[in-house]
Design a binder for this molecule. Structure first.
Ligand code: NCD
Length: 321
């Protein structure tokens, strides 16, 4: 469904038209559109609790070529809460990929069975490729180290809900900024707002140059920030897992394993209204003792995944404008 492949400029995309649209990169969205998605997500809160028939008769296919707990289950739960149905697979070995079928053929098959496809894949560019072949909307549910746009929308929704705003926030992104896809999409998204960004990571896991170039042209970015120093000023502490599975070799991973850990001491000098976010899964980068602090919001963030994905499904399927 990629408009560019049809040689058309998507003149209505910037007119809050979501029906039939792919969600491949957060960079495809302007701020007004993101705000609209967040507003629709808010309106989904009562439906997420009480159920709805908004997408009755519609089918979501989840094609997950990589492991997932939250993203796949929340997409599926979101569809079920809207009265729709779900098909799909959670590992490539359970599909004809095992027999050598390529992604383009898989997509051109599944489009016959479903109205929308959520795709997770280890290859960068795979969601874009799928969108080029698919007649139904493709939602990128995570592509390699590249992007995870729906997680970024959840992160923004959580900031707006928990901090009451996005503009004016001072946000620190901590951890694996090189291989972590959530921080790439989130950085692009935050760069659309008036946000000050602090990047904190081990030297070898610094933010990718291509992402850095884009965000630096739009908002103030402090690279290589000292977490202890900035702690009293920041409003959002966004922590990420070291992406062990994406390291080219085990020795490189061994050098950074356990390189940072947020515990009670780390947040001692934090603002009272600091919020701590994490896309999860967590390994050891946030000590369990932090879970009971008023600042910890990563499990609230999980709930927000439902309403944001309900909003996205309703919008691309044209059930909500
Ligand atoms: C993340 C992912 O898959 O990129 N998880 C998620 O979708 N919430 C983060 C991670 O795996 O570390």
């Amino acid at each position: 469904m990629l408009f560019s492949t049809l040689g058309l400029s998507c003149f209505w995309c910037h007119n809050l038209e979501f029906k039939g649209r792919d969600i491949v990169s957060i960079e495809d969205f302007i701020q007004t559109e993101i705000n609209h998605i967040l507003d629709v997500a808010k309106s989904m809160e009562p439906l997420a609790k009480g159920g709805s028939e908004l997408l009755k008769g519609k089918i979501l296919a989840t094609l997950f070529f990589e492991p997932s707990t939250r993203t796949r289950l929340s997409f599926e739960s979101a569809m079920l809460k809207l009265g729709g149905n779900v098909i799909g697979f959670a590992e490539p070995d359970a599909s004809s990929t095992r027999k050598g079928e390529n992604l383009a053929d898989t997509v051109r098959t599944v489009e016959n069975y479903a109205d929308v496809i959520a795709l997770r894949h280890s290859l960068e560019g795979s969601a874009k490729l799928a969108a080029e072949f698919s007649k139904v909307p493709i939602i990128n549910a995570g592509t390699g180290s590249e992007e995870h746009p729906t997680q970024a929308l959840i992160d923004l929704y959580t900031m707006r809900k928990e901090s009451g705003k996005i503009d004016g926030l001072k946000v620190a992104l901590v951890g694996d900024l090189r291989y972590g896809r959530t921080v790439h999409s989130l950085a692009y998204a935050l760069a659309l707002y008036s946000v000050e960004l602090y990047l904190v990571s081990p030297e070898t896991l610094r933010m990718r140059k291509d992402v850095l170039a884009t965000i630096k042209s739009k908002i103030p970015v402090t690279e290589n920030a000292n977490l202890e120093k900035i702690m009293p000023q920041i409003d959002v502490l966004y922590v990420t897992r070291i992406q062990k599975e994406r390291f080219p070799d085990a020795a490189e991973y061994a050098k950074v394993k356990g390189a940072y850990r947020i515990d009670l001491k780390t947040i001692e000098k934090a603002k009272k209204d600091l919020i701590i976010l994490h896309p999860l899964p967590r390994v050891d980068e946030i000590a369990p003792e932090v879970d009971n602090t008023p600042q910890a919001r990563y499990f609230q963030q999980v709930w927000n995944g439902i309403v944001v994905r309900m909003a996205l499904l309703s919008l691309v399927l044209g059930a909500v404008e």
